[in-house]
Design a protein around this ligand. Structure first.
Ligand SMILES: [Cu+2]
Length: 285
C-alpha cells in the first residue's frame, strides 16, 4: 500500500495539487512537503533512491518508516513500488503570476559553468571563500564590486531590473550534473527547466533551488526582480562543490543602500562581550 503524496508547497510560493510519487529528491532542497495522514493506521515506507551512492533498499538503506500512532511496531509490507508519475518541475505553478516584463529593464546574465585545475568555475572564476564575509567587507567601506574579495566572483546588479540568468552547462562532461543551484536573497521564476527546451513566461515555477540538468543542451533560465539590496550568493547546494569553487555573488544595488538595508542589530555588538564574560563552566571547559 502506498501513499499518494500531495506536494502542496515545494517552496512557500509554489503549489501543486497532486503527484503520486516524488522521485527527484535532489530538486527538493527546500524540503517542504505536506503529507495528509489519511490512510489506514499502519506502517508505510518512505523511500528515496539517490542518483549517486548506494542505491536500492536492501538492508534498510535509503529507507525510513512512517508509522501511524497506534500501528504495531513492525516494518511495512516488503513491497517496492515503481514510480509511475514522476514530478516534472514544469508542472509546478506559482501562487502569484510573475510581473509582466516591459522589455526595457531586463538584464541578461549568462553564467558559464566549468571545471578547471580540479575546481569548479563560474564564468572562468573559482570562488574562494573570503576570510572577511562579503557583507562585512561592504560595511567596512568597500566602495564597489571590483573592491570585493574574492576577485572575479562578483556581478553588480542595479535595483529595479528584471535579471534573467541563463546557465550554460555545456561543459557537462567536465562538471557532471545535475547540480542544484541555490540563490540567496530572492525567489526566482524558472523560465526554462532542465530537460525542457521551451520557455514559460506566463506561470513559470517559482523556486530558490533549480537543477542544472544533465545534458549539454540544457539552458536553464531563471528570472527575478532586483528589489532586495544586498550581497547574494548563488551556489551549488552540494557542499563539496561549493567549497570547491562553485559559487558567485551578486552585489545588488549601490553599497550605501546595501548598508542601510542590512542594518546591524545592537544584539550583534553584544555578542563578544557576552561571550567574553562566560565562565569556564558555561563554556563547558
Ligand atoms: Cu554541484
Amino acid at each position: 500500500m502506498y501513499y499518494e503524496m500531495s506536494v502542496l508547497r515545494v517552496q512557500h510560493e509554489t503549489k501543486l495539487e497532486l503527484m503520486k510519487e516524488i522521485s527527484r529528491p535532489a530538486l527538493f532542497f527546500d524540503r517542504k512537503l505536506i503529507l495528509d495522514a489519511n490512510q489506514p493506521i499502519n506502517n508505510y515506507w518512505v523511500r528515496a533512491n539517490p542518483n549517486v551512492g548506494p542505491r536500492d533498499f536492501e538492508g534498510g538503506i535509503n529507507s525510513a518508516i512512517l508509522r501511524y500512532r497506534g500501528a504495531r511496531i513492525a516494518e511495512p509490507e516488503p513491497e517496492i513500488s515503481i514510480p509511475v508519475n514522476q514530478l516534472q518541475e514544469t508542472s509546478l505553478a506559482p501562487l502569484t503570476l510573475p510581473p509582466v516584463e516591459d522589455g526595457t529593464d531586463r538584464v541578461d546574465i549568462p553564467l558559464v559553468f566549468g571545471f578547471s585545475g580540479g575546481s569548479f568555475t563560474i564564468n572562468g572564476h573559482k570562488f574562494v571563500p573570503p576570510t572577511v564575509p562579503v557583507l562585512l567587507q561592504i560595511l567596512s567601506g568597500a566602495k564597489n564590486a571590483s573592491d570585493l574579495l574574492p576577485r572575479g566572483s562578483f556581478i553588480p546588479l542595479e535595483l529595479n531590473k528584471t535579471v534573467q540568468i541563463t546557465f550554460d552547462a555545456s561543459a557537462v562532461a567536465a562538471i557532471g550534473g545535475p547540480h542544484p543551484i541555490h540563490l540567496h536573497g530572492h525567489n526566482f521564476d524558472v523560465i526554462r527547466s532542465a530537460g525542457s527546451n521551451t520557455s514559460n513566461y506566463f506561470n513559470p515555477p517559482r523556486r530558490d533551488v533549480v537543477s542544472t540538468g544533465v545534458a549539454a543542451t540544457d539552458k536553464v533560465t531563471i528570472r527575478f526582480r532586483t528589489d532586495n539590496p544586498g550581497p547574494w550568493l548563488l551556489h551549488c547546494h552540494i557542499d563539496l562543490h561549493l567549497v570547491n569553487g562553485f559559487a558567485i555573488v551578486f552585489a545588488e544595488d549601490k553599497f550605501p543602500n546595501i548598508i542601510s538595508s542590512n542594518p546591524v542589530p545592537d544584539a550583534w555588538n553584544q555578542l563578544c562581550p557576552i561571550y567574553n564574560n562566560l565562565t569556564t563552566a558555561q563554556l563547558g571547559q
